[in-house]
Write a protein that binds this ligand. Structure first.
Ligand SMILES: *Cc1c(COP(=O)(O)O)cnc(C)c1O
Length: 234
């Protein structure tokens, strides 16, 4: 089978699973955005995705994001920065992205706010939470977030729109579900405390192996890579 058809079939399957899970959650739930994570594939494969109608693409490394956005000249594509963003890479990244999923320190937020001001831009971001407690992961620990919310009002060019997390690598789907519920509860508590200043509408959670569970638990954004590229030569 050629590459385009293979990707199309994979995408169809993922879209169907997203729709089924969203439906299981109920009619009144918020819609779910599928971000296709392109970190495994070349710019050629990204072209295939764009041709197939994908409009939300994610990269976890700034350099890869810069390279791919330079090659993919399609203004309809929304790029998502989903991995750790070093402060010295903010200036160049900010004009390229629709949403930064990986706000993980006040210093980073300060730097993004300044860059956004310089570009006369409003940047949108999500607070990355280290929900599994895995020490190798970036993100805030759940209990340190509440006391910091007030400080986040100091960034007029950076709108905090929700939270992002990854389920623990080990532990299977039941553990993933517990992690996702934990993130949703934390979001609800933070929203209650910051109701005057923030709209934490988005939960970016769920990857290839657990995105249907994440949607059942309230994800509004899922970040899916490998499931879209099964069998594809990268
Ligand atoms: C790689 C990556 C994904 C996608 O992972 P898959 O398991 O391939 O779907 C999602 N989120 C982040 C932050 C990633 O780095």
């Amino acid at each position: 089978m050629n590459r385009l058809r293979l990707i199309r079939d994979n995408l169809d399957r993922v879209h169907e699973q997203v729709a089924d899970a969203a439906q299981a959650r109920g009619r009144t739930a918020a819609p779910v955005t599928l971000v296709v994570v392109t970190k495994y594939v070349s710019a050629e494969v990204v072209q295939d995705l764009v041709q197939l109608g994908c409009r939300d693409l994610g990269e976890s490394r700034p350099q890869q994001l810069w390279d791919k956005t330079a090659l993919i000249k399609n203004s309809e594509v929304n790029w998502h920065m989903i991995g750790h963003l070093q402060r010295n890479k903010v200036q160049r990244t900010v004009p390229l992205v629709k949403l930064i999923h990986s706000l993980d320190s006040l210093r980073l937020m300060h730097t993004i706010n300044s860059a956004a001001a310089a570009h006369h831009q409003q940047v949108h971001g999500l607070l990355e939470v280290n929900i599994s407690g895995d020490e190798t992961k970036h993100g805030w620990h759940p209990e340190e977030l509440l006391p910091l919310l007030e400080k986040m009002n100091r960034f007029p060019h950076l709108s905090v729109r929700g939270m992002m997390a990854m389920a623990s690598r080990t532990g299977g789907l039941d553990q993933a579900r517990r992690d996702f519920v934990k993130l949703r509860d934390l979001r609800d508590r933070c929203q209650a405390q910051a109701s005057n200043t923030m709209r934490l509408d988005h939960l970016s959670m769920g990857m290839s192996r657990d995105f249907t569970v994440a949607i059942e638990e309230g994800a509004t954004i899922v970040r899916v890579g490998s499931a879209v590229f099964t069998g594809v030569t990268r």
